[in-house]
Design a protein around this ligand. Structure first.
Ligand code: SF4
Ligand code: SF4
Length: 212
Protein backbone atom coordinates (compact mmCIF):
# COMPACT_ATOMS: atom_id res chain seq x y z
CA UNK A 1 0.00 0.00 0.00
CA UNK A 2 1.35 3.42 -0.93
CA UNK A 3 1.96 5.54 2.14
CA UNK A 4 0.68 9.09 1.98
CA UNK A 5 3.22 11.85 2.32
CA UNK A 6 2.75 13.59 5.66
CA UNK A 7 3.98 17.03 6.65
CA UNK A 8 6.72 15.52 8.83
CA UNK A 9 7.92 13.46 5.80
CA UNK A 10 8.13 16.67 3.85
CA UNK A 11 10.37 17.97 6.63
CA UNK A 12 12.69 14.99 6.01
CA UNK A 13 12.76 15.73 2.29
CA UNK A 14 13.86 19.25 3.10
CA UNK A 15 17.04 18.08 4.78
CA UNK A 16 19.06 18.45 1.59
CA UNK A 17 21.98 20.81 2.17
CA UNK A 18 21.51 24.36 0.95
CA UNK A 19 23.99 26.51 -0.91
CA UNK A 20 24.10 29.99 -2.30
CA UNK A 21 24.83 30.49 -6.00
CA UNK A 22 28.56 30.93 -6.56
CA UNK A 23 29.50 28.94 -3.46
CA UNK A 24 31.80 25.99 -4.37
CA UNK A 25 30.91 22.46 -3.30
CA UNK A 26 32.44 19.05 -3.99
CA UNK A 27 30.99 17.69 -7.22
CA UNK A 28 31.94 15.93 -10.42
CA UNK A 29 29.36 14.67 -12.87
CA UNK A 30 29.99 10.98 -13.54
CA UNK A 31 27.42 10.80 -16.35
CA UNK A 32 25.25 8.22 -14.68
CA UNK A 33 21.54 8.27 -15.46
CA UNK A 34 20.20 9.13 -12.03
CA UNK A 35 19.04 12.67 -12.80
CA UNK A 36 17.81 12.21 -16.39
CA UNK A 37 16.73 8.60 -16.00
CA UNK A 38 14.61 8.55 -12.91
CA UNK A 39 11.45 10.12 -14.09
CA UNK A 40 9.96 12.95 -16.05
CA UNK A 41 10.31 15.54 -13.36
CA UNK A 42 11.82 18.59 -15.06
CA UNK A 43 9.52 21.56 -14.77
CA UNK A 44 9.70 23.85 -17.80
CA UNK A 45 9.11 27.56 -18.16
CA UNK A 46 7.64 28.99 -21.34
CA UNK A 47 11.16 30.18 -22.22
CA UNK A 48 12.51 26.63 -21.95
CA UNK A 49 9.74 25.37 -24.23
CA UNK A 50 10.33 28.00 -26.92
CA UNK A 51 14.12 27.49 -26.87
CA UNK A 52 13.77 23.72 -27.20
CA UNK A 53 11.06 23.87 -29.88
CA UNK A 54 13.17 26.31 -31.89
CA UNK A 55 16.25 24.09 -31.52
CA UNK A 56 14.29 21.08 -32.80
CA UNK A 57 12.60 23.23 -35.45
CA UNK A 58 9.09 22.26 -34.38
CA UNK A 59 6.06 24.38 -33.59
CA UNK A 60 5.68 25.22 -29.87
CA UNK A 61 2.27 23.54 -29.58
CA UNK A 62 3.55 20.41 -31.33
CA UNK A 63 6.48 20.40 -28.90
CA UNK A 64 4.04 20.53 -25.97
CA UNK A 65 2.05 17.59 -27.33
CA UNK A 66 5.02 15.37 -28.17
CA UNK A 67 7.57 16.08 -25.44
CA UNK A 68 5.76 17.27 -22.35
CA UNK A 69 3.12 16.42 -19.78
CA UNK A 70 0.77 19.29 -19.16
CA UNK A 71 -1.08 19.53 -15.86
CA UNK A 72 -3.64 22.17 -15.01
CA UNK A 73 -3.68 22.79 -11.26
CA UNK A 74 -5.89 25.51 -9.80
CA UNK A 75 -6.32 26.97 -13.32
CA UNK A 76 -2.56 27.34 -13.83
CA UNK A 77 -0.80 25.21 -16.49
CA UNK A 78 2.35 23.37 -15.35
CA UNK A 79 4.66 21.89 -17.96
CA UNK A 80 6.91 18.89 -17.27
CA UNK A 81 9.27 17.07 -19.62
CA UNK A 82 7.78 13.73 -20.66
CA UNK A 83 9.39 10.35 -20.08
CA UNK A 84 10.02 7.52 -22.55
CA UNK A 85 8.63 3.98 -22.13
CA UNK A 86 11.32 3.30 -19.51
CA UNK A 87 10.41 6.39 -17.56
CA UNK A 88 13.58 8.23 -18.59
CA UNK A 89 13.62 11.75 -19.96
CA UNK A 90 12.61 11.70 -23.63
CA UNK A 91 15.87 13.43 -24.52
CA UNK A 92 18.23 11.06 -22.72
CA UNK A 93 20.53 9.17 -25.10
CA UNK A 94 23.26 6.53 -24.65
CA UNK A 95 26.49 6.59 -26.66
CA UNK A 96 28.32 3.54 -28.01
CA UNK A 97 30.02 3.00 -24.64
CA UNK A 98 26.75 3.14 -22.72
CA UNK A 99 27.41 6.62 -21.37
CA UNK A 100 24.54 9.03 -21.19
CA UNK A 101 24.15 12.24 -23.13
CA UNK A 102 21.43 14.83 -23.64
CA UNK A 103 20.03 14.91 -27.17
CA UNK A 104 19.02 18.52 -26.74
CA UNK A 105 22.08 19.66 -24.78
CA UNK A 106 22.57 23.18 -26.27
CA UNK A 107 18.90 23.98 -25.55
CA UNK A 108 18.46 21.93 -22.36
CA UNK A 109 16.12 23.39 -19.73
CA UNK A 110 17.30 25.76 -17.04
CA UNK A 111 16.65 23.22 -14.28
CA UNK A 112 19.02 20.79 -16.02
CA UNK A 113 21.71 23.47 -16.17
CA UNK A 114 21.36 24.16 -12.44
CA UNK A 115 21.30 20.50 -11.32
CA UNK A 116 22.28 19.11 -8.78
CA UNK A 117 21.18 22.51 -7.51
CA UNK A 118 17.43 22.44 -6.95
CA UNK A 119 15.72 25.83 -6.83
CA UNK A 120 13.60 26.18 -3.69
CA UNK A 121 11.49 29.05 -5.02
CA UNK A 122 12.15 31.82 -7.53
CA UNK A 123 13.44 34.60 -5.35
CA UNK A 124 14.90 32.36 -2.65
CA UNK A 125 18.57 33.20 -2.22
CA UNK A 126 19.64 29.58 -1.76
CA UNK A 127 19.22 26.31 -3.64
CA UNK A 128 19.10 22.77 -2.29
CA UNK A 129 21.68 20.20 -3.37
CA UNK A 130 20.03 16.98 -4.48
CA UNK A 131 21.75 14.27 -2.43
CA UNK A 132 20.45 11.63 -4.86
CA UNK A 133 23.15 12.80 -7.30
CA UNK A 134 26.14 10.39 -6.97
CA UNK A 135 28.46 13.10 -8.29
CA UNK A 136 28.36 14.79 -4.88
CA UNK A 137 29.63 11.69 -3.05
CA UNK A 138 32.01 10.40 -5.66
CA UNK A 139 33.90 13.61 -6.38
CA UNK A 140 37.51 13.51 -5.23
CA UNK A 141 39.14 16.15 -3.04
CA UNK A 142 39.48 19.33 -5.08
CA UNK A 143 36.80 18.42 -7.64
CA UNK A 144 34.42 21.31 -7.17
CA UNK A 145 31.65 23.18 -8.86
CA UNK A 146 29.10 25.85 -8.04
CA UNK A 147 25.76 27.06 -9.32
CA UNK A 148 26.70 30.04 -11.52
CA UNK A 149 25.26 33.21 -10.02
CA UNK A 150 24.35 34.77 -13.38
CA UNK A 151 22.62 31.60 -14.54
CA UNK A 152 20.58 31.41 -11.34
CA UNK A 153 19.55 35.07 -11.76
CA UNK A 154 18.44 34.33 -15.30
CA UNK A 155 16.42 31.33 -14.08
CA UNK A 156 14.71 33.46 -11.41
CA UNK A 157 13.90 36.19 -13.93
CA UNK A 158 12.46 33.67 -16.39
CA UNK A 159 10.28 32.02 -13.72
CA UNK A 160 8.96 35.42 -12.62
CA UNK A 161 8.12 36.34 -16.21
CA UNK A 162 6.62 32.89 -16.81
CA UNK A 163 4.15 33.25 -13.94
CA UNK A 164 3.49 36.92 -14.72
CA UNK A 165 2.50 36.08 -18.31
CA UNK A 166 0.31 33.13 -17.29
CA UNK A 167 -1.37 34.97 -14.40
CA UNK A 168 -2.10 37.95 -16.60
CA UNK A 169 -3.88 35.79 -19.16
CA UNK A 170 -5.68 33.39 -16.80
CA UNK A 171 -6.36 35.40 -13.66
CA UNK A 172 -6.70 38.93 -15.01
CA UNK A 173 -8.15 38.25 -18.47
CA UNK A 174 -10.05 35.07 -17.58
CA UNK A 175 -8.71 33.00 -20.47
CA UNK A 176 -8.85 29.24 -20.59
CA UNK A 177 -5.52 28.00 -19.07
CA UNK A 178 -4.47 25.93 -22.10
CA UNK A 179 -5.41 28.67 -24.59
CA UNK A 180 -3.52 31.15 -22.41
CA UNK A 181 -0.42 28.96 -22.45
CA UNK A 182 -0.58 28.50 -26.23
CA UNK A 183 -0.95 32.26 -26.64
CA UNK A 184 2.09 33.05 -24.46
CA UNK A 185 4.21 30.42 -26.24
CA UNK A 186 3.23 31.65 -29.71
CA UNK A 187 3.99 35.25 -28.76
CA UNK A 188 7.48 34.30 -27.51
CA UNK A 189 8.08 32.15 -30.62
CA UNK A 190 7.19 35.12 -32.83
CA UNK A 191 9.52 37.36 -30.80
CA UNK A 192 12.30 34.86 -31.39
CA UNK A 193 11.78 34.85 -35.14
CA UNK A 194 11.28 38.58 -35.66
CA UNK A 195 14.58 40.34 -36.26
CA UNK A 196 17.12 40.58 -33.43
CA UNK A 197 17.56 37.44 -31.34
CA UNK A 198 16.26 38.16 -27.81
CA UNK A 199 18.82 37.59 -25.04
CA UNK A 200 16.74 34.80 -23.50
CA UNK A 201 16.83 32.86 -26.79
CA UNK A 202 20.58 33.23 -27.38
CA UNK A 203 21.92 29.73 -26.63
CA UNK A 204 25.57 30.84 -26.89
CA UNK A 205 24.96 33.54 -24.29
CA UNK A 206 23.28 31.00 -22.04
CA UNK A 207 26.15 28.53 -22.38
CA UNK A 208 28.66 31.27 -21.50
CA UNK A 209 26.80 31.72 -18.19
CA UNK A 210 28.01 28.22 -17.33
CA UNK A 211 26.30 25.34 -15.59
CA UNK A 212 26.71 23.45 -12.37
S1 SF4 B 1 24.47 15.42 -12.43
FE1 SF4 B 1 24.64 13.77 -10.88
S2 SF4 B 1 22.91 12.41 -11.25
FE2 SF4 B 1 23.19 13.66 -13.09
S3 SF4 B 1 24.50 12.48 -14.48
FE3 SF4 B 1 25.85 13.82 -13.28
S4 SF4 B 1 26.45 12.60 -11.51
FE4 SF4 B 1 24.68 11.54 -12.41
S1 SF4 C 1 16.66 17.54 -21.10
FE1 SF4 C 1 18.65 16.56 -21.22
S2 SF4 C 1 19.73 17.19 -19.33
FE2 SF4 C 1 17.52 17.54 -19.04
S3 SF4 C 1 16.69 15.69 -18.05
FE3 SF4 C 1 16.45 15.45 -20.28
S4 SF4 C 1 18.28 14.38 -20.97
FE4 SF4 C 1 18.70 15.20 -18.94
Amino acid sequence: MVKSLRLEDYGELRKNPRIRPGRPFRFKCIRCDVCCGTGPNVHLSVFDVVRMAHYLDVDVVTFLHVYTNLIIAAHIPHIGLAGDVNGRCVFLGFDGEGRTYCKIYPARPMKCRLYPGLPIAPGHEELELDTKCPGLEEAAEGEESSVPTGLYRQYVEEMRMHYRFIFEEVVNKGRDPVDALYGVLRKLAEELKSGRLPDWADLDRLEKMGYT
